[in-house]
Ligand binder design. Structure first.
Ligand SMILES: Nc1ncnc2c1ncn2[C@@H]1O[C@H](COP(=O)(O)OP(=O)(O)O)[C@@H](O)[C@H]1O
Ligand SMILES: [Mg+2]
Length: 396
């Protein structure tokens, strides 16, 4: 199964392009699911599916046409399906603070629950071979990064915190129950945690496998949007995912030259030139501005026709470059990682247990060191072009 993740700044056209790409694949006979992971769902609106604004019909895969389903992860449904005990526990804790039932239930929705639920579905569809391609229509960039970082975080929690937490809690439970006004998590809570973890098993490897998962960044030819696209590019890479295409949406056509929009077109053209340089060798593809909103099956078909001219097979694997590699040069161990647009002063490095922690701006990436390197520490960081080279050695 292929996973195509579409991300980018709000309003750039992620949902329209995800939906049209789904059509493009379905028309070729590829079993495709377009799944919205943006809590502000608009997938059903793009397909002009229904009248009701809060209709949960798409909480499960919903057939739009042969070979094409859409699904919008619905947190209320997910709370009952996947998070019952965890949410139940959180609600009971919140109630002890004097909150009413409804408020407590609303607050028991933790950040990340939607993303993790989506990943559970992806994992399930992969194991059951339900679809050939799953397209993820993601939230604006910052949230989608949380989405891809989630499995690593959860994995870390389950390995390092969960076992101790549970053991300690069980040991002191009788005492704490007498002292604390707050009820402690029960076995059901931990069982729920474990079950979720089982459902997510393997997803991290899947997301980082370049032959399975590709990230496509949707952008516009405007400086502010491009800057966010550059940041996203680095951060996805840092999280071990591969960006294989940049899609610049709403590019103004030649016809507008000499009109009111002429100046905007000139600035877009200049921006497009700069983008080629920034993202090389990742292709920058242009999607034209349509005269009208891309809503409804007919308009999405037109967008799919345009996408066909850019890339007839959006599910093809085109980039397989590993995001980072371990190497040994001149007797020294190195971690090499491509990080374009990053300055040396913006890189922070430290060791935590057997992990190398690399900070790029506000983002952090944990690189698990193989056993043979686990005792080493980062001793030097240099740039060779866009490649960050981290040398590992004995701590001084
Ligand atoms: N190439 C295009 N030409 C004209 N309108 C577009 C184009 N791409 C998207 N739109 C419109 O722009 C709006 C935002 O697009 P959407 O796909 O919802 O963005 P996002 O999912 O990134 O927030 C929608 O009304 C959509 O129909
Ligand atoms: Mg959207």
């Amino acid at each position: 199964m292929r996973i195509l993740l579409y991300s980018g700044k709000g309003g750039v056209g992620k949902t329209s392009i995800s939906a049209a790409t789904g059509l493009q694949l379905a028309r070729r006979g590829v079993r495709t699911l377009v799944m919205s992971v943006d809590p502000a769902h608009s997938l059903a609106d793009a397909f002009a599916l229904k009248a009701g604004l809060f209709d949960p019909a798409t909480a499960d895969p919903y057939e739009v046409r042969p070979n094409l389903h859409v699904q919008e992860v619905n947190i209320q449904v997910e709370l009952k399906r996947h998070w019952r005990e965890i949410a139940g526990y959180l609600t009971s804790v919140l109630r002890t603070t004097g909150l009413g039932d409804i408020e407590a239930e609303e607050l028991a929705i933790l950040p990340g629950m939607e993303e993790l639920s989506a990943l559970m579905y992806v994992n399930q569809y992969r194991k059951q071979s339900t679809y050939d391609v799953v397209i993820l229509d993601c939230a604006p960039t910052a949230e989608s990064l949380r989405f891809v970082a989630m499995p690593t975080t959860l994995d870390w929690y389950m390995k390092h915190v969960f076992p101790t937490e549970r053991r300690v809690l069980n040991a002191v439970r009788p005492l704490l129950n007498r002292m604390s006004p707050v009820e402690l998590p029960t076995d059901a809570y931990f069982a729920n945690m474990k079950e979720l973890f089982t459902k997510l098993e393997g997803i991290e490897t899947v997301l980082q496998d370049t032959t399975m998962t590709s990230v496509r960044l949707v952008s516009n030819a405007e400086r502010m949007v491009v800057r966010e696209t550059q940041r996203a590019f680095v951060y996805f890479l840092l999280h071990g995912l591969t960006v294989d295409t940049i899609l610049v949406n709403r590019v103004l056509p030649e016809e507008v030259d000499g009109s009111f929009l002429g100046a905007q077109r000139r600035s877009q053209q200049q921006m497009l030139g700069e983008m080629e340089g920034y993202f090389h060798p990742v292709p920058v593809r242009q999607v034209p501005m349509f005269a009208e909103e891309v809503v409804g099956l007919e308009r999405l078909e037109q967008l799919a026709d345009v996408l066909d001219t850019l890339d007839p097979d959006p599910a093809a694997v085109t980039r397989e470059v590993r995001p980072y590699v371990f190497e040994r040069r001149d007797g020294r161990h190195q971690v090499r990682m491509d990080v374009p647009f990053v300055e040396k002063g913006e890189v922070g490095l430290f060791k935590k247990g057997d992990e190398l922690v690399i900070e790029l701006g506000v983002q952090r990436r944990h690189v698990g060191l193989p056993t043979s390197l686990a005792a080493l520490h980062p001793t030097r960081a240099t740039f060779e072009g866009q490649t960050l080279v981290i040398e590992l050695g004995e701590a001084s």
